[in-house]
Design a protein around this ligand. Structure first.
Ligand SMILES: *Cc1c(COP(=O)(O)O)cnc(C)c1O
Length: 369
């Protein structure tokens, strides 16, 4: 018997659990993690090198702990695109929105407290809850994967969670949540506790609708989390951020590690934000490809959930994992999220999407033969 994890005194709630892990397989076409398929444009690569060179000299010093320049630039981006005026005091940044969410749960969740999400949704919300000792409540969704508002309101009233997660557009199912639903959940959460409502807008730039940023006005318990991993095509950068009432920004500073955001990260993110217009053009291309995937999957006879994101959930399958494997056998990696009967495919380049569509059309023919 070799010494293993079970022989260590790990916390009870971590025993027997698995870490987050989308398979990283070496196949020609990888459409499984909702990354942006386009490499960063060359002028941006140059600008990143320039900005990083400037800060490299000062790496003997700790970085700007409050990331003032970066938060100012993020606030300007949100103000410009979100139809809502925000300043640096409304914005906080961390290493990916996963760290933002961790800081929020460390601040507003924790031992003896609970968080709720409406599942299937982003699995990291539950995992980060566990990691921070926050109890997790799996709230309901309707048959069509939309949030069933009366059922959700009842769950909030019954459990009185400290943190409520709403992912819009939702991952893995793809649809945006109507603003009225978010507002009703906010009101239910305030009546029950009052609790913090975290709206995860990781995919909002791909949506047919607008960001919920304007809802922040007069709602100090509302937090909107965003990321540069998807629309900005910078998953490798690790930069997430939130917009909220300044009191929330003050509160998360109680738990953030000192100097959590490296000078390199801040410089790189600032360079990317300088190229916002170019990067958002890729978003338009991906939205067109996403719409093409929806149309072609439907034409091929698959069920597809309406998508406001850069991915599409399709089905239905008696055995989704077996279909996942058959698509993989044709050189295309999609995602099996464990939602019974469904798979998820990220919008890639036109060539990658063609490869995927060829594979699923072929599989459909085989199963009808
Ligand atoms: C991809 C994703 C994120 C992004 O996490 P990062 O840590 O910013 O890379 C956040 N929320 C949802 C719902 C996601 O799908």
């Amino acid at each position: 018997m070799t010494f293993g994890i079970d022989d260590l005194p790990v916390r009870d709630e971590l025993r027997g659990k698995s870490p987050y892990g989308a398979p990283q397989l070496d196949v020609p076409v990888r459409l499984n993690t909702n990354e942006n398929p386009y490499p960063l444009p060359e002028p941006l690569v140059e600008r990143i090198a320039e900005r990083v060179r400037e800060v490299a000299r000062d790496l003997n010093r700790y970085p700007d702990r409050d990331a003032v320049e970066l938060r100012t630039a993020l606030a300007a981006y949100l103000t410009k695109t979100g139809h809502h005026r925000l300043g640096i005091e409304n914005v906080w940044a961390a290493n990916g929105s996963n760290e933002v969410i961790q800081q929020l749960l460390q601040t507003f969740g924790g031992p003896g407290r609970t968080a709720i999400g409406f599942e299937p949704s982003y699995s990291m919300h539950a995992l980060i809850a566990r990691g921070t000792g926050t109890g997790w409540i799996s709230g309901p969704r309707g048959e069509d994967f939309a949030i069933d508002l009366p059922a959700a309101e009842r769950a909030v009233a019954e459990h009185k969670p400290d943190v409520v997660f709403v992912t819009t557009p939702n991952n893995p199912t793809g649809s945006a949540v109507p603003p009225e639903t978010v507002l009703a959940l906010y009101d239910a959460a305030q009546a029950a506790k009052p609790s913090i409502v975290v709206v995860d807008e990781a995919y909002i730039e791909f949506s047919h609708g607008d960001s919920l940023l304007p809802l922040l006005a007069g709602r100090p318990h509302l937090v909107i989390s965003r990321t540069m991993s998807k629309a900005f095509g910078a998953a490798g950068l690790r930069l997430g951020y939130l917009a909220a009432h300044p009191a929330v920004v003050d509160a998360v500073q109680l738990v953030r590690l000192p100097y959590h955001l490296s000078a390199i990260t801040q410089a790189t993110a600032l360079a990317a934000l300088e190229h916002t217009d170019t990067l958002l053009k890729y978003v338009e291309q991906l939205k067109a490809e996403r719409d093409r995937l929806v149309a072609e999957l439907r034409a091929a006879g698959y069920d597809v959930v309406e998508s406001d994101a850069n991915f599409v959930q399709f089905g239905r399958f008696a055995d989704a994992h077996q279909v996942w494997q058959r698509i993989l056998d044709r050189g295309v990696l999609v995602r099996d999220n464990g939602v019974p009967g469904w798979l998820r495919v990220s919008a890639g380049t036109p060539e990658e999407n063609d490869a995927f569509l060829d594979a699923v059309r072929h599989i459909k023919k085989e199963s009808q033969a």
